[in-house]
Ligand binder design. Structure first.
Ligand SMILES: Nc1ccn([C@@H]2O[C@H](COP(=O)(O)OP(=O)(O)O)[C@@H](O)[C@H]2O)c(=O)n1
Ligand SMILES: [Ca+2]
Length: 406
């Protein structure tokens, strides 16, 4: 049998199974090559009974920093980081299932920002690592993911994990993902008006679990937290400028430091003589977001799930507990931003960018997307011990494309 036939075997109910082997547990391996790190998600599924579809049983997760884009000039070294993570899967998946377990890597904004040539060189090296592994390597197993899929698949993950994609009364929730280099907003519009007022490329139909969802989604490249730092400093797309110092009122006055992002070195510092604090910082950050994003009316009053850097910065400032997550209002981020920016000496030990990051999150939510001060944000890292990442949605999609209508 070819690999592909072997793979199908695990999905057919036993009585329909062409090979009729008893196999009740199977695996799927999804890599998230993000701009700040690379992560492996090894999902376990169990076919509890022949009549039912497989159920998600658990996840093994591991991550490394920095992301692949930091290896833009050493693609082999970059692929080596993927290989070390893949070795975990060798231990986690029983040997007899290796060749029916698919492995896929999808890269996001970090690679989207690299030149085509450098990005392809990295992907090629990773593809070789996959080919040399004992796992099933589907076609297009290593690629740069389209930004709209990033949003949709995260939406699928969150709504699947919270039980909104099964049964009759589906009350789906919108999702906000703030990465290092891009940010996504995704929701299922309830009002006809929203479809009328939204540019066509913000709307996508997506089929999953026998339903079609017409979603609003957009990925803003260059609006991730770290890209926004560079934009605020006026340093985005400025790699030619050597040794130039970028200053901001969002940074501690006396600060002078260096920062590496996407393979480029930047020098940055505080406003030695000039102003610092929330007010001038907010004005600086506003220039980065104001008028740059589409503002759907419908979202102003609704609540959203938010993760990635929304979660991390809320944890850093004790707005939520790392394990528990929590519910915040948009204005909680603003209150914290003021507290941190107007007392920068006191927050010295944390990242020097804490003020800028919180101010950016505040401006992005209010002036970028147009959320109200009292819009509720459900901050969540895991649901039932599974990461709220687009990778689960991508794995369902993969299983579907390999022949299972999940
Ligand atoms: N499984 C994951 C992956 C990323 N993240 C968060 O996502 C942020 C970094 O985004 P990223 O490196 O994926 O960047 P993008 O490529 O999405 O722009 C950090 O806040 C990470 O903690 C997470 O919370 N869980
Ligand atoms: Ca990401």
């Amino acid at each position: 049998h070819s690999n592909r036939e072997m793979w199908f075997r695990d999905f057919f109910p036993a009585n329909m199974c062409p090979i009729n082997a008893k196999a009740d547990t199977f695996y799927g391996i999804m890599f998230d090559a993000g701009s700040t790190g690379t992560r492996i998600h090894i999902y376990t599924f169990v076919q509890k009974s022949p009549e039912n579809l497989p159920e998600l049983e658990g996840e093994i997760f591991e991550s490394v920093k920095p992301g692949l884009s930091a290896y833009a000039d050493q693609p082999e070294k970059g692929a080596e980081t993927v290989k070390r993570l893949l070795d975990m899967a060798i231990d986690a998946v029983p040997p007899h299932l290796w060749k029916t377990t698919p492995v896929v890597l999808k890269a996001t904004a970090g690679l989207r920002l690299l030149s085509e040539e450098k990005a392809q060189a990295l992907l090629l090296e990773v593809r070789e690592v996959f080919e040399e592994s004992p796992f099933l390597v589907p076609e297009d197993s290593v690629s740069i993911m389209d930004g709209s899929y990033e949003g949709i698949l995260a939406w699928i993950t969150v709504n699947f994990l919270t039980g909104q994609l099964s049964g009759q009364n589906q009350h789906t929730v919108g999702t906000l993902d703030l990465g290092g280099a891009s940010t996504q907003i995704t929701f299922l519009p309830r009002f006809e008006e929203t479809f009328k007022e939204t540019p066509g490329d913000f709307l996508t139909s997506f089929e999953m679990f026998n339903s079609t969802y017409k979603l609003y989604t957009h990925s803003y490249l260059g609006f991730g937290l770290k890209a926004a730092r560079l934009a605020t400093l006026g340093a985005l797309n400025m790699e030619a400028v050597d040794g130039q110092m970028f200053r901001s009122s969002c940074l501690p006055k006396q600060l002078e430091a260096e920062w590496h992002f996407g393979g480029v070195k930047y020098r940055y510092g505080g406003n030695k003589e000039g102003e610092t604090g929330f007010e001038p910082c907010y004005l600086e950050v506003l220039k980065v977001v104001k008028g740059k994003l589409h503002q759907p009316d419908e979202i102003r009053g609704s609540s959203f799930y938010a993760f990635s850097y929304y979660y991390d910065r809320a944890v850093d400032t004790n707005l939520i507990d790392y394990e528990q997550g929590g519910v915040l209002e948009v204005k909680d981020f603003e209150r914290k931003a003021k507290e941190v920016c107007d007392n920068m000496e006191r927050y010295n030990s944390a990242s020097p960018f804490l003020c800028m990051d919180l101010t950016y999150i505040t401006a992005l939510l209010k002036e970028g997307f147009g959320f109200r001060d009292n819009t509720l944000l459900q901050l969540t890292k895991k649901v039932n011990n599974i990461e709220t990442s687009w990778t689960l949605g991508a794995t369902f999609h993969l299983l579907q494309s390999l022949g299972l209508t999940y």
